[in-house]
Design a protein around this ligand. Structure first.
Ligand code: ACO
Length: 379
């Protein structure tokens, strides 16, 4: 048994995403993330992840059209969402709504590659609508019917604002964030999704497993914790004393460290730049300045680098997105990667069933209750 947590264990062969933790490189189907973040769009990246190659103009137009046409939710799901407790965590509400979708999809149990690809399209298109509706409904606002036009990023911001046209900087910033979060090899949520898919359960069940894993604070939940920490620190002057207190309490600094990257997380490079640009644009660079000091301190004190969750927090904050939607936004993006991995798993499946090294007792003899109580007393 190694270091636990399946560290460095190769658990699947995959042609989707390559993470080189030593060189700090992230590659989707052969394309460096820096190239994609600079030149591509989220829709194009979705095509790439699902097909292993960049699309032609017409292939991209077809996929974009399918994603636009599938944004609306079944009315039964909207009605059920209106009955969710107002204080439900958005990730709980998202997990439950996605689970419900399967009951209104006649293809839910259909396992042909075509039917599974339809489900990939539907879920990728519907999750942004669910996340926006969660926020509208809990704030007592009317849900807005999604338009069958524009990018996924634009549609999400439009729905979230209750029907206002988002500005171009916000759309492109979110689009880049979605590209950066789209896939990351066998991260915890994708692995959870693949394990579920490998039982040949349906696409929705595999997605729900992935959403459940993403919710945890050691995974996608970290971005929300980062902004809470920044708000708690409040000022640049408070950063160091606050960090010292956290170290003294043996608390982890959220948004730092990574199982695979031993160097800079290449996604953080882009998000740092975006955080700075959005700060300058809004005339409030405080969050960026604080983030830089935290980053330098944690590197000096603990030797840890910022991960994707660190700068995405201040980016989303400056885009005016409610804090508890940060992890659901991660899900909006990662749905594309989960789908790619679920499809890849179905295409070449074998049940994923590892072994555990047994560390419990052996060779005990069963005893009746009276004697067990005596045993308790002796202890
Ligand atoms: N702050 C302080 N110390 C840390 C941190 C951190 N963020 N991360 C790791 N360490 C320390 C641990 O305390 C441990 O120290 P020890 O050996 O003295 O006990 C050592 O570094 C190794 O840490 P592990 O948690 O065992 O490393 P692992 O590879 O399992 O963890 C993880 C990776 C979960 C990302 C971890 O770094 C962490 O908890 N970070 C904070 C949460 C976070 O940002 N998660 C998002 C990850 S990226 C993503 O999922 C999208």
């Amino acid at each position: 048994m190694g270091k636990g947590g399946l560290e460095d264990v190769v658990a699947a062969q995959s042609a989707i995403c390559d993470v080189d933790g030593t060189a700090g490189r992230l590659v989707y189907c052969g394309y460096d993330i820096h190239d994609l973040a600079e030149h591509s769009t989220f829709e194009e990246v979705i095509y790439l992840l699902w097909n292993g190659r960049l699309p032609s103009k017409s292939e991209l137009a077809t996929l974009t059209g399918q994603l636009q046409k599938n944004r609306a939710l079944p009315k039964e799901v909207i009605e059920a969402m209106k009955k969710f407790p107002k204080e439900a965590m958005p990730m709980e509400a998202l997990r439950t709504a996605v689970s419900m979708l399967s009951m209104y999809d006649p293809e839910a149990e259909e396992m042909s590659p075509e039917a599974n690809l339809h489900k990939a399209v539907k879920l990728t298109a519907q999750i942004p609508t669910i996340v926006a509706y969660i926020d509208l409904i809990r704030n007592g606002k009317e849900v807005v019917v999604p338009k069958e036009e524009g990018s996924l990023a634009e549609s999400f911001l439009y729905l979230l604002s209750g029907g206002k046209k988002p500005d171009e900087t916000a759309i492109r910033s979110l689009d880049i964030a979605l590209i950066l979060h789209a896939d990351h090899e066998l991260n915890a949520s994708t692995f959870a999704g693949r394990v579920a898919a490998a039982t040949l359960t349906d696409f929705y069940s595999a997605t729900v497993a992935a959403i459940g894993a993403l919710k945890g604070p050691l995974h996608g939940g970290a971005n929300q914790e980062v902004i809470k920490m920044l708000i708690e620190m409040g000022t640049v002057a408070n950063v160091k004393p606050h960090l010292d207190k956290m170290y003294a309490n043996h608390e982890k600094v959220m948004g730092f460290g990574h199982r695979v990257y031993k160097t800079e997380d290449p996604r953080a490079t882009h998000l740092r730049k975006m955080s700075e640009e959005l700060g300058k644009r809004s005339g409030d660079t405080k969050w960026f300045e604080m983030s830089r000091i935290i980053e330098e301190s944690v590197k000096a004190d603990k030797g840890l680098n910022a991960n994707v969750d660190f700068y995405s927090a201040s980016v989303y904050y400056m885009l005016g997105i409610p804090i508890d939607l940060y992890t659901p936004i991660f899900a909006i993006s990662r749905m594309s990667g989960w789908a790619a991995h679920i499809l890849e798993q179905y295409a070449n499946n074998r049940l994923i069933r590892p072994r555990a090294e047994y560390t419990g007792k052996r060779d005990l003899k069963w005893v009746p209750f009276e004697k067990r109580q005596q045993l308790e007393a002796v202890k």
